[in-house]
Write a protein that binds this ligand. Structure first.
Ligand code: SF4
Length: 399
């Protein structure tokens, strides 16, 4: 059994979606085809890291270290208020140009569109940063922890000091759409909360997905312990699955963007020499399924026609050429427990209700020792369902 490496958010999410894809990525280390939007996200993150890092004043206390020597006042003095001392806008855009990667774009046009969008987005973010300077205590910080036996880790885009002296976790997003629900429900932010809680002394006071395209911080409150327990259970399931080497393919819509379809058993092609024989079986299956549906429908219609005729004639046995059709009756009762229970309680019969099934109630209705008025009212609380069906018997059978 493999030892489970610390789980990151993306490793956890990949396993939940498809354990086999997880194996291809994390055990077999197969490369994925680069995609433009991922490349774009990486480039923007690296520029933001360079841009914001000079603002960092590491005043938050790490659990493992002695108290930091720096104080909140360091922010007030470390940067001039009018011009950010870390990088000019032009310098930032130079960093962007140097960091640019062309991997994964579908066409030069698409790459050019993304590149222009990145310049615009970074320019607007820069202005925003000048206006509302954050107080980061860390950027792109790699944190590890053992969460009740489960090793976890993650890279956190930014950890800010809040006005009250706590910590706010910020995760940048370059995606098109993002809502407050995303921030509220994000397992990624929950995992980061645990990582920060276990590594820092100061409390986590906020969780933020920062939507870069709109410059909107989508804020959520720190998770309650019960919500974290749910995540811990899911991480435990993932961790157990990895340890047990449970790597079954789990197909779904996500297969459309999986790079391993050619080797996945779910999508493996039938060898050419078996194709004809198997095609014949599939076609036969299709035909039989269609006939099965038709036969079922016709069976119901014929039984209903026979039932109507037998009702009119008042007969229960109808001879055919070889067999005799015998009409059978099945009766079931249904009771509303809301009506039955108070009646039985008032009559001192509550202990006879048992699991409250119709058979238990019918037994009370039929019991001559029970007050007739109670039995009558119980019977009224029930609804009788009668179902007729046909059996085929031998001509001389006794039915
Ligand atoms: S193609 Fe689908 S089922 Fe197969 S590994 Fe990829 S995600 Fe899993």
């Amino acid at each position: 059994m493999p030892s489970v490496q610390p789980l990151s958010y993306s490793s956890y999410r990949t396993y939940l979606e498809c354990p086999l894809r997880w194996k291809y990525l994390y055990v077999d280390r197969l490369p994925e085809v680069p995609r433009g939007y991922f490349t774009f996200g990486r480039v923007i993150h690296s520029v933001l890291e360079e841009l914001v890092r000079p603002l960092v004043v590491p005043t938050a206390r790490r659990v493992s270290e002695a108290e930091s020597q720096r104080t909140l006042d360091d922010w007030q003095t470390s940067l001039p208020p009018t011009r950010p001392g870390w990088m000019t806008r032009a310098e930032m855009l130079e960093v962007y140009d140097r960091a640019w990667l062309s991997d994964g774009y579908g066409s030069p046009d698409e790459e050019a569109r993304y590149r222009a969008m990145g310049r615009d987005l970074l320019g607007r973010y820069y202005d925003h940063l000048v206006r509302e300077r954050p107080q980061p205590v860390a950027v792109e910080e790699h944190l590890e922890a053992r969460w009740d036996g489960i090793p976890i880790h993650g890279y956190i885009d930014r950890i800010d000091r809040t006005p009250a002296g706590g910590l706010e976790i910020v995760d940048y997003k370059t995606s098109r759409e993002l809502s407050h629900e995303d921030a509220r429900d994000s397992d990624q932010l929950s995992l980061y909360q645990v990582l920060v809680q276990q590594n820092y002394v100061e409390p986590v006071e906020g969780l933020t997905l920062y939507h870069l395209r709109s410059l909107k911080p989508l804020r959520a409150r720190p998770r309650e312990p019960t919500a974290l327990t749910v995540l811990h259970d899911r991480l435990g399931t993932v961790s157990d699955g990895i340890r047990a080497e449970a790597f079954e393919p789990t197909p779904g819509r996500h297969c459309a963007r999986c790079d391993f379809r050619s080797r996945c058993p779910e999508f493996r092609a039938v060898p050419a020499e078996n194709e004809a024989a198997l095609r014949g079986l599939v076609d036969r299956l299709e035909t039989l399924r269609a006939e099965e549906g038709k036969i079922d429908l016709e069976l119901k219609r014929t039984a209903a026609d026979l039932h109507r005729a037998a009702e009119e004639l008042g007969v229960h046995r109808v001879p055919g050429t070889h067999r005799v059709a015998v009409r059978r009756r099945e009766e079931t009762w249904q009771y509303s427990l809301d009506a039955v229970r108070p009646l039985l309680e008032r009559s001192g019969l509550a202990d006879r209700l048992g699991a409250g099934g119709p058979e238990e109630i019918r037994r009370i209705v039929r019991d001559p020792a029970v007050d007739p008025e109670v039995r009558r009212r119980l019977a009224e609380a029930g609804a009788r369902r009668v179902k007729w069906y046909w059996e085929l018997d031998e001509p001389n059978g006794d039915g």
